[in-house]
Write a protein that binds this ligand. Sequence first.
Ligand SMILES: Cc1cc2nc3c(=O)[nH]c(=O)nc-3n(C[C@H](O)[C@H](O)[C@H](O)COP(=O)(O)OP(=O)(O)OC[C@H]3O[C@@H](n4cnc5c(N)ncnc54)[C@H](O)[C@@H]3O)c2cc1C
Length: 423
Amino acid sequence: MFYARLGGSVLAPAMNIAIIGGGPAGLMAAEAAVAGGARVDVYDAMASVGRKFLLAGKGGLNLTHSEPCPTFLTRYGGRRAQIEPLVAAFGPDALRAWAHELGIETFVGTSGRVFPFDLKAAPLLRAWLRRLRHDGVTFHMRRRWTGWDERGGLCFATPDGNLSVETDAVVLALGGGSWPQLGSDGAWVRVLAGRGIPIEPLRPANCGFDVEWTEHFRTRFAGCPVKPVVVAVTKADGTESRQQGEFVITETGIEGGVIYAVSAGLRDAILAKGSAVVRLDLAPDRNLPRLIADLSRPRGSRSLASHLQRRANLEGVKAGLLRECVPKQDFADPTRLAAAIKALPLRLIAPRPLEEAISTAGGITFEALDERLMIRALPGVFCAGEMLDWEAPTGGYLLTACLAGGRAAGAGAVAWLKSRSSF
Ligand SMILES: Cc1cc2nc3c(=O)[nH]c(=O)nc-3n(C[C@H](O)[C@H](O)[C@H](O)COP(=O)(O)OP(=O)(O)OC[C@H]3O[C@@H](n4cnc5c(N)ncnc54)[C@H](O)[C@@H]3O)c2cc1C
């Protein structure tokens, strides 16, 4: 604690809040904490903050989603109840208004997703950091948090050696474990697990999957987009989820938007059973009877490839997928071939590693936290962002929950300090 001075007279004890992790969750925690009257220091392991946020802007920064709130909240699956109060306090509309205040106008894309007009993250981050600095937030880069010392000080490894920092409260916003080269490496799991904090194992979310391609298929088609395609998955409760979109064949399997959308269930099924099957509709614009009729027309002297192209509009990678997955004899039977085109089974054997995923599932369980996102067992230690145990598909749901959680944790730290009489 330090005492604010004005003209030499001591005014009031000031609240010192350390924010560790300068991603969207941490920066929003800093904003909320400084707005609440705290002295705020942001620490980050990297040389600059917001690296993953900047990467997110490379493919078009999807800030949030415009769909109605009840639908929006379903995206958080089993963690809906825990995310709902955060989003109620800072949801998609508030987020857009916040971006507007920073001088960043947003628009709703055809899919309902919300983007900054220029699609980029850098102008938003620049404006945000400028305002945070103006409001008094101090940034400390290349400070890798490693835990607490025996006196309760925060320990940091720095290029100049180890550092211990005393503070009144801390917000941990250390991210998940994907793209560790951008700063979030999940090393905090060991530190907090060592303190007995319940943590669900970190797992890849919004990830690609491995498929046992033949060498021939891999060499010919790695890098090829498959579109349009409908991916059907049987969920754990027996119902079927169908998503239309596109994905890419990779050296090791498949990845891309439509796969990310169904990746959580597939990952869990692989974990439980060792593999999972998706069914691909390679001809979403034709129904099965029409396809059977088209494929039943005489082939004449045409090759199978040109028959498929002419009668089912299938060529290139889609025809390659058929050859890869359908037994040879089925090509001679229009009914079986049409059925395969409409529901081609593809066996996935493993999710791609966490390091490659868009986001992380698992993390500190909400049961370990109070309603202000303070770790019950560690009074004064708050958490936010991807390091908490929730997951969501792409579509702006990740950033929305990180920003909303950061805001709750920063405000929560201020409220907790104020509730202790000395402030
Ligand atoms: C390619 C890609 C595209 C994406 N696109 C989108 C998108 O369009 N829309 C969307 O909603 N989401 C998107 N995301 C996800 C989104 O970027 C993340 O959900 C979000 O950045 C997580 O925020 P966070 O603050 O929790 O963690 P992070 O952004 O990971 O920030 C954590 C910070 O903590 C620091 N840190 C970690 N450990 C330590 C330590 N021990 N000591 C000190 N500092 C530490 C890190 O350096 C980092 O700066 C994308 C992700 C990727 C990889």
